[in-house]
Write a protein that binds this ligand. Structure first.
Ligand code: UDP
Length: 488
């Protein structure tokens, strides 16, 4: 043990809000519930205002010690076509000398080091300092299983994964549909595939243990496979710990500007569970065509909404991952002409960022159109808010499958938004039937999930004005998911 009797854990975070937030949540949880001293080392991106604000506000809480590692310049190592996973891995790799020196400076007080999923190349530093070391995967067990098993798939499967006719088999787990694979597996010739295989796939297996933000009832099948399946066990070797669901609390929320408080004030004026919250996480962007269809779909649905918008991008849905937080006071010019005026009585558009946890826990919110980032999923589930699953990138398509076919807490567009534009009429229909479709899913869920659904349903049924209550809509979109649940 370090210098004091209290255990002291260091956690190393990769850049980007979607990575820093779960690390802060883990750190706060250890400090609050386990009486552990925590130092978080954050490799910063240097390009996100929201990231800076988040760290400032986390520093203020004094619950955990935060050491910021300034962004290194990697501009000569990447170009305009470099994918997000490659950028992240390169940024972390180039930061390792500084990471080593900041950990060295604290090594006399540290008892263990946890690194997040993109920081496994720092594990040798922990080993060099004789620190027990763990990897934190702020995602689910099914994703973890696919990631570690990818090294076998790589040898067994020829051609692109997305071109396979059959789902990809992972021992003991639900097979992964080719179109649901994680982004880096979409193109085996791209550098981000080899980075993913090495830094995540092999990296996860090099630590003393893998912590995941999942829980037994959510994924009994995948967890059992990681623990007991001989093939997977021989790859993973270390122990797996489902430590979820870990979810953000108020003090971890970026402090409110007038813009953000304005959202909560607007929600205060709405009736219970009457509002659809629309957001694509810390960095998700849509193409101009898709953005336009979504705007018209929301307008046609006549459903109340809060929509966090950011400028469209034609070059990739994860374009804003490192740059989120440039709030705009100006009118978003990229929305259809007259949209803001036509929807002003029932919709609120916020540029770039808002306090999602406060929004999802607000009684006026009854549904969430989400990109299915794992943090967002947990925030929605723990607040009993059903979802429209609109996966964009990373492991979000796998997440969407868990939400729709495993947990049954979401409905999903018929076409895959990443491949094809989802048209306005379908969006209108999805928005209006969200509530009823979820009721029909309830017939199919196993006993294990009853509590979750009772929570969601009691919330939806709690008031006269219900989210999505349009009696004329067709609710026949039920899916048989019994097999899926048993395997998840
Ligand atoms: N978030 C937020 N406001 C926004 C967008 C995102 O507070 O306008 C938070 C959200 O609550 C979640 C995190 O950013 O905690 C996003 O993580 P997630 O895993 O859902 O998606 P990612 O951004 O990594 O794709």
């Amino acid at each position: 043990m370090g210098s004091s009797e209290k255990l002291h854990v260091g956690i190393l975070s990769s850049p980007g809000l979607g990575h820093i937030i779960p690390v802060l949540v883990l750190g706060s949880h250890l400090a609050t519930h386990h009486n552990v001293s925590v130092t978080i080392f954050v490799i910063t991106s240097g390009s996100s205002l929201a990231e800076k604000e988040l760290l400032k506000s986390a520093n203020k809480s004094k619950l955990i010690d935060i050491v910021e590692i300034p962004a290194v310049d990697i501009s000569n190592l990447i170009d305009a076509n470099t994918k997000m996973v490659t950028q992240l891995c390169v940024l972390v790799r180039e930061s390792l000398p500084v990471v080593k020196s900041v950990i060295f400076a604290k090594k006399h007080i540290l008892d263990a080091l946890i690194v997040d999923l993109f920081c496994t190349e720092a594990l040798p530093i922990a080993k060099e300092f004789w620190l027990p070391n763990y990897v934190y995967v702020p995602c689910n067990a099914w994703f973890t299983a696919l990631t570690v098993y990818c090294q076998v798939l790589d040898k067994e499967i020829e051609g692109q994964y997305v071109d396979q006719d059959e789902p990809l088999k992972i021992p003991g787990c639900k097979p992964v549909r080719p179109e649901d694979v994680v982004d880096p597996m979409l193109d085996r010739n791209d550098q981000q595939y080899s980075e993913y295989m090495r830094v995540l796939g092999l990296g996860f297996c090099l630590s003393d243990g893998i912590l995941m933000n999942t829980w037994e009832d959510a994924e009994p099948g995948s967890l059992k496979a990681l623990r007991e399946n001989e093939t997977l066990k021989s790859i993973v070797k270390s122990t797996v710990y489902p430590i979820g669901p870990l979810c953000r609390r108020d003090e971890q929320i970026i402090d409110g500007s007038d813009n953000r408080n304005f959202v909560l004030k607007w929600l205060d004026e709405q009736t219970q569970e009457s509002v659809l919250y629309v957001s694509f996480g810390s960095g998700g962007t849509l193409s101009s065509k898709q953005l336009t269809e979504l705007a018209f779909g929301l307008e046609l649905s006549q459903q109340k909404f809060v929509w966090i918008v950011r400028p469209p991008s034609e070059v990739g849905a994860d374009k804003s991952f490192f740059t989120t937080g440039k709030e705009g006071d100006d009118t978003p010019q990229y929305l259809p002409e007259g949209f803001l005026t036509r929807t002003q009585d029932f919709g609120l558009v916020v540029q770039m960022w808002a306090d999602q946890v406060r929004i999802l826990s607000h009684p006026s919110v009854g549904g969430f159109l989400s990109h299915c980032g794992w943090n967002s999923n947990i925030e929605s589930i723990t607040n009993g808010v059903p979802m429209i699953a609109w996966p964009l990138y990373a492991e979000q398509r796998q997440n969407a499958t868990i939400l729709t076919e495993g947990l049954g807490v979401a409905v999903r567009p018929k076409v895959l938004p990443t491949k094809k534009v989802v048209e306005r009429e379908e969006i209108k229909k999805l928005v209006r039937t969200l509530h009823k479709q979820l009721n029909s899913f309830m017939d199919y869920v196993s006993d294990k999930f009853k509590e979750l659904f009772e929570l969601i349903n009691s919330k939806l049924g709690a008031s006269e004005v219900k989210y999505g209550a349009h009696p004329e809509e067709d609710t026949s979109g039920r899916q048989d998911n019994n097999d899926f649940v048993s395997n998840m």
